[in-house]
Write a protein that binds this ligand. Structure first.
Ligand code: G6P
Length: 522
């Protein structure tokens, strides 16, 4: 049986056995901003929130996140809570307020200037600033207090997201050993040689080993993590079970490749022709084939590399002059950091140079749309494009690749995909490229543009089946099921109650349903 929203609802109901689900993610799924004299609702760019929102809509519960919008306070209650999605509420968003200094030290500082470059092997030197580290600890404590408040008075499963919260699992377990704590690390985990330069490596690992379950996208990152633990902290590592033991506690370390909700595409592509018509007119695209890139403007995404590759393609294959456009949607991201701010300008400069060298009076090969675009425009472009290019230099998964595939209900279109993404392990029918190799990337673009329709269909059929089977509901279902099995004092599932008695500790109810509900699936 395939995974659907309904099946996840069922798994969450039976496995959670009445325990509250609390997701913690720095980025909130709904941001309120002041705009045009009123308040505007914004959906942030970035795979994490897009992937988790449908899961929370299915399961219900609380999402604890940073209230980052300038109209966030006035749209929440005194405790920072509001029901979301605002037009059809299914779960609670609990906003945590940070001072500008906390946002600076924790988010821009330790999370995005230390851990982000440390985990992505793209040759950016991480900063190691003790002041950032102190604020990162402080903010992890602040979130721990909010989570503990939300979890008060009953069993709860805490599902922590990403590198913003390496210390949170340890803090939660210390305060409430009965909580089930799982964390998903959405970015790669580097090899031990890379990680050990971090002056606070031991403390970060201590925090993460507070988890009952720790997930990465791929086995390779799990292996790197276990190696890192082995060399850094005292522990017992079991390579058969993929677990780390410390004292009487165990942390299992397993791969869960994240994905998308394939049904979203159908929602967003309604009326796509009209939208595309407007976009084509606005950007002078005529009816030429498009290759689209959709990214946050981030130095891990290989955007300059792909613009250069367009230049190289036009040198090598002048037959493409005047025949296609690269439409690069680039949502500005983390722009308080010079590395990110400068990248917007760098991409624009490169695009201008390629356009100057190869463009004509009425044709510009590269169209850089340097703003936040809504999902309706993005999906319309996916649906219309001849191809999509994902040239990340290093990426845990990359959900743009999977979104593109789900948008192609016509079975057409080619995907040019960096071999350094987690997605490349699953989407082996993409044109796989090394984005550091400009000639190889240009050859990949050529192959994608020139691919015969029947080969496109063959490849797209297999990729669509892969994403449809391994969708976001499977990811969440597997994680929740695994988390529910892992609590140390779980009783074996001997008795199968029809309904979880309210007094039964969470994990007994959860474990008891293991065999009946989804026992064969995991
Ligand atoms: C990556 C990270 C996420 C993050 C997203 C957007 O996917 O793994 O944790 O939410 O980028 O970045 P931002 O800093 O805007 O949240």
């Amino acid at each position: 049986m395939g995974w659907s929203k309904q099946r996840l609802v069922e798994v969450a109901r039976t496995r959670l056995g009445g325990a509250k689900l609390i997701v913690v993610a720095n980025r909130e799924p709904y941001i309120h901003r002041r705009a045009n004299g009123g308040v505007e609702l914004m959906r942030p760019a970035g795979g994490l929130t897009t992937a988790l929102d449908p899961v929370m809509q299915a399961c219900g519960g609380v999402w604890v996140g940073h209230g980052s919008g300038d109209a966030d306070r006035e749209t929440a209650d005194a405790r920072g809570r509001l029901a979301v999605p605002p037009d059809d509420p299914t779960y609670t968003l609990r906003r945590v307020w940070l001072t500008p200094e906390q946002e600076e030290g924790y988010y821009y500082g330790f999370a995005n200037s230390t851990l982000w470059p440390l985990c992505h092997q793209v040759y950016r030197r991480p900063t190691f600033d003790p002041a950032h580290w102190a604020v990162y600890r402080e903010v992890n404590e602040l979130f721990a207090a909010a989570v503990l408040e939300e979890a008060r008075g009953g069993p709860a499963v805490i599902f922590v997201q990403d590198y913003h919260f390496a210390l949170l699992p340890g803090l939660l377990k210390a305060a409430r050993p009965d909580l089930v704590v799982a964390q998903f690390w959405h970015v790669p985990w580097p090899n031990p040689e890379t990680f050990r330069v971090c002056p606070w490596a031991g403390e970060l690992l201590d925090g993460m080993l507070g988890n009952d379950l720790l997930g990465f996208h791929i086995q390779y990152h799990c292996n790197n993590f276990l190696e890192t633990v082995d060399r850094t902290v005292e522990s017992r590592i079991c390579r058969e079970r993929f677990s780390v033991g410390r004292g009487d506690r165990q942390t299992r370390v397993l791969p869960f490749p994240i994905s998308v909700d394939p049904d979203l595409a159908a929602e967003y592509t309604v009326g796509w022709q009209d939208r595309v018509g407007e976009l084509r007119a606005a950007h002078g695209l005529g009816d030429r084939p498009l290759v689209v890139g959709v990214d946050r403007v981030d130095y891990t995404k290989g955007i300059p590399e792909r613009v250069r590759a367009v230049g190289r393609l036009l040198e090598r294959h002048p037959e493409w002059v005047g025949k296609f456009h690269l439409v690069q949607l680039g949502a500005p991201s983390r722009t308080n950091l010079p590395a990110y701010r400068d990248l917007n300008a760098e991409v624009q400069t490169l695009a201008d140079a390629v356009n100057r060298t190869h463009g004509t009076a009425d044709w510009q090969p590269v169209v850089f749309v340097n703003r936040h675009c809504g999902p309706e425009d993005i999906y319309a472009l996916y649906r219309d494009a001849a191809g999509c290019v994902v040239s990340s230099l290093h990426d845990g998964m990359n959900l743009v690749a999977k979104e593109f595939v789900t948008a192609r209900d016509d079975g057409q279109g080619t995907l040019v995909l960096s071999q350094f993404t987690g997605a490349a392990r699953e989407l082996t029918d993409a044109v796989l490229v090394n984005p550091f190799d400009v000639d190889g990337l240009a050859a990949g673009l050529h192959a994608a543009l020139a691919m015969p329709a029947d080969e496109q269909r063959r490849r797209m059929r297999r990729m669509r089946a892969q994403v449809s089977d391994n969708n976001i509901y499977r990811w969440a279902g597997m994680l929740l099921s695994e988390a529910s099995k892992l609590v140390p004092d779980a009783d074996p599932p001997e008795v199968v109650p029809t309904a979880a008695p309210a007094t039964l500790p969470f994990i007994r109810a959860a474990a008891a349903t293991t065999l009946t509900t989804a026992g064969g699936l995991l």
